[in-house]
Ligand binder design. Structure first.
Ligand code: NAP
Ligand code: F7E
Length: 350
């Protein structure tokens, strides 16, 4: 039985990847940070919490990384842990560099010294292309990072290449474009919109406050993207791959589509709020995934409208279940703004 170690297993991709690998018969070890309140809701939502061996690791702590390697003895490591929210990286640029950038080198050094045959996947990102002027972005497009997050990810990306070339490690960079799902964190724009649309349509809220709605993104469906991570690790030789849909849409189009699904006029409910503008933004992303199609046989299946439907319907269902008095694994309980609504006693008749 193969053994996989997933860092960041409590996040969106970590949970989907864990499910994918368990279904393939892997023994799955996952790292988590000790928090004052545990956040295993995604693993519980997917019904896999009991099947994961959890190990405490913080990417700022080299010894916890080494210990996790010794305990898990993995064949494959998927490094998904990062401070992944771009907005927050402007507020905490140093933590971003230490966790998202140098944290990866701590892993690479640990592998080089104690487990040089282990395969390593690094969660690289389309954010590294930054405010570029290319009509689409591939593995060959120059990087122009425009956030502390992207700069830290680019450093990690380059270190993976250096360790691959210099020390012969099997280390891959998956350059993944935005991918979303009902397990996406509530502060990311798609889920913020679908959660807001669900509440507005059920009469629980009236507006969504957003920043730059002209930016364009290439959005795919997260469960399909974790399969691409695994495919990269099954190849003869390590390499870097773009994973994307090759479609680009403005945030405003996502808003229109989400409100259309519930039959409401978005213009009555969207407020532009400076607080959600970033000092620098990435304005245009459209990924060219030809290499992944040719070499991995991977292609995206769920497209823009279907993705919005999955997310709106899932958030509607959660708020309805809450209205029926049900308790279930859900992130809304952890957010102060959501709690204000959750603390109301409401009977939903819709
Ligand atoms: P996510 O939901 O924000 O999950 C991030 C994970 O990293 C969480 O498990 C988090 O733990 C963990 N983490 C944060 N700081 C850590 C630290 N100091 N030590 C150990 N663990 C730490 O992100 P995601 O969407 O699943 O993304 C997975 C990875 O892919 C990230 O590296 C992200 O940057 C990258 N990526 C994401 C996308 C995308 O569109 N989703 C695209 C390209 C690349 P807590 O739960 O304790 O916070
Ligand atoms: O923003 C704009 C915002 O935070 C998308 C991460 O997974 O994907 C993600 O990074 C766009 C930006 O994702 C709001 O300015 C407008 O232009 O959903 P996001 P992101 O920054 O693209 C990449 C590939 C990663 O690697 C990251 O880890 O939406 N926007 N108004 C807003 N964004 C947010 N979050 N909130 C708003 O109110």
């Amino acid at each position: 039985m193969k053994r996989a170690l997933i860092t960041g297993i409590t996040g969106q991709d970590g949970a989907y990847l864990a499910k994918f690998l368990l279904d393939k018969g892997y023994e799955v070890f996952g790292t988590y940070r000790r928090l004052s309140t545990p956040n295993f809701w995604r693993l519980q939502y997917l019904g896999i919490f009991e099947q994961i061996e959890l190990l405490p690791v913080d990417l700022i702590d080299s010894f916890s990384i080494i210990e996790s390697l010794k305990l898990a003895k993995p064949d494959e490591i998927y490094n998904l842990a990062a401070m992944s929210f771009v907005g927050a990286s402007f507020e905490q640029p140093i933590a971003s560099a230490e966790i998202t950038g140098i944290g990866v080198v701590k892993f690479l050094e640990a592998i080089r010294n104690i487990a040089p045959d282990v395969k390593f996947y690094q969660a690289s990102t389309s954010e590294m292309f930054g405010d570029n002027s290319f009509s689409q972005q591939s593995e060959k497009t120059p990087f122009e990072p425009s956030s502390p997050y992207a700069a830290a990810k680019l450093y990690a990306h380059n270190m993976v290449k250096i360790y691959r070339k210099g020390y012969g490690l099997f280390a891959c960079n998956g350059i993944l474009f935005n991918h979303e799902s009902p397990l996406r964190g509530l502060e990311f724009v798609t889920r913020k919109i679908t959660n807001g649309v669900a509440k507005i349509s059920l009469g629980l809220d009236d507006s969504i406050e957003l920043g730059n709605i002209d930016a364009r993104r290439d959005w795919g469906y997260a469960p399909e993207y974790v399969e691409a991570m695994w495919l990269m690790m099954q190849q003869e030789a390590p390499d870097d791959y773009v994973i994307a849909t090759n479609e680009t849409h403005a945030i405003q189009e996502f808003i229109e589509t989400a409100f259309d699904i519930v039959g409401l006029d978005w213009k009555k409910h969207i407020r532009i709020d400076e607080r959600f503008m970033r000092p620098v933004d990435v304005n245009y992303l459209k990924g060219d995934y030809k290499k992944s199609l040719t070499k991995l046989g991977w292609r995206p299946k769920t497209r823009f409208k279907a993705l919005a439907e999955i997310m709106v319907n899932s958030d509607l269902e959660r708020w309805r279940r809450w209205g029926r008095g049900e308790h279930f694994p859900w992130d809304a309980w952890n957010y102060p703004n959501e709690r204000k609504i959750l603390s109301r006693k409401v009977k939903l008749d819709r």
